[in-house]
Ligand binder design. Structure first.
Ligand code: M6R
Length: 359
């Protein structure tokens, strides 16, 4: 039931602070220690490499997961688009461990990979929002996202839930491996900051709606750019804008633009920079300037500690590993309001279904 909301998507965006709190309640003890089964952690501990597999938004959540696992556990992690992995399997490490990310747990492309993984005798974990879904039944282990039903075709709270649970799991695995970074990473405190931070962003909806109206309503195309995990979020931001508002959008590594794609920038092309990582903030700002010099209409989404006068959307500060949980939210709202103000059916975009059960 969407209550007083015009569309499920907005309700689901607004639910994200609660989803963060629920995950902390379900998967963390009172002292903030992860509550993850020893069996699962032992299997993961034995792995020499983690392979994360997913499609669409879930693949994008996996990209952020790579950064979390590699920072907190030192386990090399690869992320793959399921439809590609299924028929072009990379050479596997000696002891691989697979993580399947799937909101619905029914995505055929991902299932095809899991069937091969099982045939190869490898262990796997499915992280899903749907208990008893096919992918959760067929994997060795399963963890639930507890995000509540996600009805809108455009995934929002499942993406943030997937990243939050990856953070908890990475913390657990890193601690099981005596990694000091993991011991110091206070995931409970961070999820609390994230919940309050998302709330602060969604409370400023009106401002984001105005921005969406002035910048995205009449544009045929747009770019989101960033580096590292900001680039990962830019892919998700662009996907959201494409799928519900039909603006042709690209998420791009900001340093790579000048190697060709900058030719597409014309007078008024929106280019949105996501800036949350200290070591690359200055570089992304210069890349934005380069597009502005070619006529782009630039906007910035920036963490508070890196903000400068004139930035458009300022995000409350959290650990640099957790910033995707905040930076994605204004981009969800931009996509929502662009679709809404074009008079489109936000929850049911053309040509798409909620779960994709064909290859
Ligand atoms: O249910 P899944 O997470 O496996 O679905 C994967 C994609 O089909 C899904 O994330 C899709 O990209 C979303 N509609 C994007 O908003």
């Amino acid at each position: 039931d969407k209550g007083t909301y015009p569309f499920y998507m907005l309700k689901e965006i607004d639910e994200q602070p609660n989803v963060m709190r629920r995950l902390a309640q379900v998967y963390l003890s009172e002292t903030g220690e992860p509550v993850i089964s020893d069996k699962l952690l032992n299997s993961m501990k034995q792995a020499d490499r983690i392979y994360i597999v997913g499609a669409g938004t879930s693949y994008h959540a996996g990209l952020v997961g790579k950064r979390l696992f590699e920072s907190l556990t030192q386990t090399p992690t690869e992320v793959h688009v399921s439809s590609e992995f299924a028929y072009e399997q990379p050479i596997l490490s000696k002891k691989p461990f697979f993580i399947f990310l799937s909101q619905s747990g029914e995505t055929a492309d991902s299932r095809e990979v899991l069937v091969n993984v099982n045939a190869g005798g490898h262990e796997s974990l499915t992280i899903t929002n749907v208990q008893n879904s096919t992918l959760s039944r067929e994997a060795t282990y399963t963890l639930l996202l507890h995000a509540g039903p996600e009805i809108a075709v455009a995934s929002t709270k499942a993406y943030t839930a997937q990243i939050a649970l990856e953070a908890i799991l990475a913390k657990a695995l890193g601690e099981a491996d005596n990694q000091i970074v993991a011991q110091r990473f206070d995931v409970r405190h961070q999820l609390g900051l994230v919940a309050t931070g998302i709330q602060a962003i969604v409370d400023e909806k009106n401002k984001i709606e105005e921005l969406a109206k002035s910048t995205f309503l009449d544009t045929p195309n747009a770019f989101y750019i960033g580096r590292g995990i900001d680039q990962n979020v830019s892919l998700e931001a662009a996907l959201k804008l494409k799928e519900i508002s039909y603006v042709q959008a690209e998420g791009f590594a900001s340093g790579e633009l000048k190697h060709g794609t900058i030719a597409l920038i014309e007078k008024g092309t929106p280019v949105i920079g996501i800036i949350t990582q200290e070591k690359t903030a200055g570089l992304t700002r210069s890349n934005l300037q380069e597009t502005m010099a070619r006529g782009a209409h630039i906007l910035t989404i920036v963490s508070e500690n890196l903000a400068k006068p004139g930035d458009d959307i300022v995000l409350p500060d959290v650990d640099e590993l957790m910033t995707p949980l905040l930076s994605v939210v204004p981009t969800q709202l931009i996509a929502y309001y662009t679709s809404l103000n074009k008079g489109l059916d936000v929850d049911k975009p053309r040509n798409l279904a909620k779960s994709v059960t064909v290859e």
